[in-house]
Design a protein around this ligand. Structure first.
Ligand code: SAM
Length: 277
């Protein structure tokens, strides 16, 4: 019986099956095992871990996760053309790989017993999936290792004052520590996308450091960042009115000056605001 290291290369497998990337599904493949191995290693020790991958495509990162010793991998892929290739990987891995054909947005990882996610995410759905996982309650994961286009990765890890700072960074900081662990230039993909990519690692914060009321956090940051050039005494007017608080007092109580703009307020200050509404 063949093992993972006996499998033909991804490029050979794609050619043998006459498969090409479908741009409508955001398909840009990583065929270089050195790169997918590096991403897989960012997931940490997988010996006892059930990891989920969204969008395995031909299975490069999937192979790397299994080679890293993952106890179990569940891979969710929409494009049925790749299922036979993934089934070969499953057989070569002693069936540690389970394949789900379908939309990753509709799969609830919590019900599968998954505790970590690794993915080279389709660009069009990546932020929506991340937001779903960040707001899962209680969180099912301890680490997410996610490839995004570079501009989105920068939005996840941004700090106040960065041009990329906004709601995604604030939501992320409420539940996780995050950093960009690896840059992946466009030419590493087949076919190359228009922009470079980066891998973000998100580690769930300990329970007592996590901010729970993400709904309120989301509501007030939406109000403020939808008018990010305006001062908070203007952009948060309707939120304050809706909740019956005196805007300037509410802001000052969280250590924020009413003349500040949304992009200068730290994640901790946003949390203080959400707590006191
Ligand atoms: N992981 C592979 C790699 O690194 O070479 C492929 C990455 S490619 C950028 C994105 C993959 O996600 C494609 O295989 C595509 O078919 C799949 N995909 C797109 N939308 C999806 C969705 N909503 N749910 C699951 N898979 C999806």
């Amino acid at each position: 019986m063949s093992t993972l290291s006996d499998l033909p290369s991804l490029a050979a497998t794609l050619a043998a099956n006459g498969l090409r990337a479908d741009k409508r599904l955001g398909q840009h493949f990583l065929l270089d095992a050195n790169i997918t191995d590096r991403i897989a290693r960012l997931t940490g020790d997988l010996t006892d871990v059930h990891v989920m991958e969204i969008g395995p495509g031909p299975g490069g990162l999937t192979r790397s996760l299994l080679m890293c010793g993952a106890k179990a991998v569940t891979a969710v892929e929409m494009d049925s053309r790749f299922l036979p290739l993934l089934e070969d990987v499953a057989r070569a891995s002693d069936n540690r790989l389970t394949i789900i054909e379908g939309d990753g947005l509709k799969v609830d990882p919590a019900t599968l017993g998954v505790t970590r996610i690794a993915a080279n995410l389709p660009y069009n759905v990546g932020t929506k999936m991340l937001t779903n996982w960040l707001t899962s309650s209680p969180p099912f994961w301890d680490r997410l290792v996610l490839m995004f286009q570079k501009e989105v990765a920068e939005r996840v890890v941004a700090r106040p004052g960065d041009s990329a700072y906004g709601r995604l960074a604030i939501l992320t900081a409420a539940v996780a520590s995050s950093h960009i662990a690896m840059s992946v230039p466009a030419h590493c993909f087949t076919p190359p996308p228009k922009v470079d990519s980066a891998v973000v690692v998100l580690d769930l914060l300990p329970k007592d450091q996590r901010f729970k009321d993400l709904k309120t956090l989301s509501e007030i940051t939406a109000g403020a960042f939808n008018q990010r050039r305006k001062m908070l005494r203007q952009s948060l007017k309707s939120v304050a009115k809706r909740h019956g608080v005196v805007l300037e007092d509410w802001l000052r109580g969280a250590g924020i000056e009413p003349t500040q703009r949304a992009e200068t307020v730290t994640p901790e200050q946003w949390q203080a605001l959400a707590k006191t509404i």
